[in-house]
Design a protein around this ligand. Structure first.
Ligand code: BTN
Length: 247
């Protein structure tokens, strides 16, 4: 993947713009960056608040040539790349909450939204990444969010983060096409996430939820959770949150 960055002052959503350009034939590696988003989107139909220069809002266009079964690992691969970029560019070691939220000190600093797009030249994938640079990036009442500036006490260099991020995506995305690379991505994800094993969690799927303990990642990136009755459940699309001891 060869990154090609296009900066915008303001967009409804960088994911929508990347999808639009994908439909028009844009090549893999296109990276749309906006200083603000007026209709930023999050996972599970949520909104992603995106005030001007408060966050890094970007979307990378991928056209994976590997089999569709490997595509579910792309969001985990992206989480590894963000985790690594924050370490390199901001000297901060975060955590990855399944499947691809980046946390610092237990609070969310980055979210990733992967969306598929059917284009005339085949199915493509838009990888949208939002990183909170300062506390203006999220509503003040959101106690579960944080920013790079709040956690490091230093104004982050968003160009450097983007540079490291695109370097990481380029390297780790290539791994997904290599023999054995998918297993390496799963191992790398686990090495960077406290959620991989032995985490007591609540899993919420729509209006249903259950609790259990995490027992690793399936080869396709799904989370294994063992319930209190010893049943092993495989979680593919859900919200996972840590349980405190009194829960
Ligand atoms: C989440 O819900 O955790 C995912 C949030 C993803 C937000 C990013 S910001 C850049 C890109 N454009 C969007 O509209 N959403 C993603």
């Amino acid at each position: 993947m060869t990154p090609q960055i296009i900066h915008f002052d303001s967009l409804p959503s960088t994911n929508s713009e990347a999808a639009r350009q994908a439909l028009a034939g844009a090549a893999e590696g296109l990276c749309i960056v906006a200083a603000e988003q007026t209709a930023g989107r999050g996972r599970l139909e949520r909104r992603w608040v995106s005030p001007k220069n408060a966050g890094l809002y970007c979307s990378v266009l991928l056209r994976p040539a590997f089999e569709q079964s490997g595509w579910t690992l792309v969001p985990l691969m992206a989480a590894i790349a963000v985790h690594e970029a924050l370490q390199r560019a901001c000297d901060v070691v975060g955590d990855i909450k399944w499947p691809n939220d980046i946390l610092i000190a237990g609070k969310k600093v980055c979210g990733i939204l992967a969306e598929t797009v059917e284009t005339p030249s085949g199915r493509a994938l838009v990888l949208g990444i939002g990183i909170n640079l300062n506390n203006d990036a999220f509503p003040a009442e959101l106690a579960t969010a944080t920013s790079i500036e709040a956690e490091t006490g230093t104004k982050p260099n968003s160009e450097l983060i983007l540079h490291e991020l695109l370097g990481g995506i380029t390297r780790h995305y290539a791994q997904l096409s290599d023999a054995g690379g998918k297993n390496e991505i799963v191992s790398e994800w686990c090495a960077r996430s406290s959620y991989c094993n032995n985490k007591h969690v609540r899993v919420t799927e729509g209006c249903k939820s259950f609790t259990g303990t995490t027992r690793g990642i399936e080869p396709d990136g799904a989370l294994r959770v063992e319930t209190e009755t010893g049943e092993m459940r495989i979680v593919r699309a859900a919200d996972v949150s840590t349980l405190r001891s009194q829960d």
